[in-house]
Design a protein around this ligand. Structure first.
Ligand code: SF4
Length: 239
């Protein structure tokens, strides 16, 4: 089954910029961005990020405020700080054997960096990969990682799989079946996540008096280290 999948990927795989590099730093940036942001939105931001901070040392040397500003619009801003802190650790101590000691790097991201940058035969399990393995009943190797992600994102879709267009149709016991409606992502409009994002956007534009800001959002951002609150109540990005 893996052979059919890889043959399909050779012709139909998505051409994504992080697939042209084995630089672990570039893969780290792409994977942290992709954790909670869609591929189309990540592509231009990833390219701009690497142009601005092409190496782990360059990112480590950047002020936290600049890193948070550059992240605006990608959402889940804690990732910016995690990436910045990870870069500082790597610049100081080198790449650790266990990548999950780095901030923002869990088992999935560690496996992705291991596979895409360090040529390890590990399969990063994201929702797309899990779904294709579950539906096909097949365990794939690390060599199939990118192909599985593409199949899951473009053909073996969560709600209505496009079995007619699937290279595994002849071998798949789930062909022609549907899952229960996939869970939708929680609403952003009106959520606390949105309040945090708008508050951070204001503070990123300039230091702002706390009494004109959403107090709960400021407290949450301060707890995460995304803003600092000075004695006079002014809120700004960390230096
Ligand atoms: S045949 Fe259908 S269910 Fe099976 S892997 Fe392909 S798209 Fe998914």
């Amino acid at each position: 089954m893996e052979a059919q999948l890889l043959a399909w990927y050779a012709g139909a795989g998505r051409d994504l910029p992080w697939r042209h590099t084995r630089d672990p730093y570039a893969i780290l940036v792409s994977e942290i961005m992709l954790q909670q942001t869609q591929v189309d939105r990540v592509v231009p931001r990833y390219l701009a990020w690497l142009e601005r901070w092409p190496t782990v040392d360059a990112l480590a040397a950047a002020p936290a405020a600049e890193v948070i500003r550059a992240w605006q619009g990608l959402g889940y801003n804690r990732r910016a700080l995690a990436l910045h802190r990870a870069a500082a650790l790597i610049a100081r101590d080198g790449w650790p054997d266990d990548l999950t000691v780095l901030p923002g790097v869990g088992p999935y991201t560690a496996a992705a960096i291991g596979n895409f940058a360090l040529a390890k035969n590990v399969l990063p399990h994201d929702v797309n990969v899990d779904r294709v393995e579950r539906r096909t009943g097949h365990g794939f190797t690390g060599a199939a990682a990118q192909a599985l992600m593409d199949l899951g994102a473009t053909v073996c879709l969560a709600r209505i799989p496009r079995c007619d267009a699937c290279p595994l149709e002849a071998l798949c016991p789930s062909r022609g079946t549907r899952d229960e409606a996939a869970r939708k992502q929680s609403r952003f409009e009106g959520s606390f996540r949105q309040r945090r994002a708008s508050t951070l956007r204001l503070v990123a534009a300039s230091a702002t008096p706390g009494d004109v800001l959403d107090r709960e959002a400021v407290e949450a951002l301060a707890r995460d280290g995304l803003v600092v609150v000075h004695g006079d109540g002014t809120v700004e990005l960390p230096s």
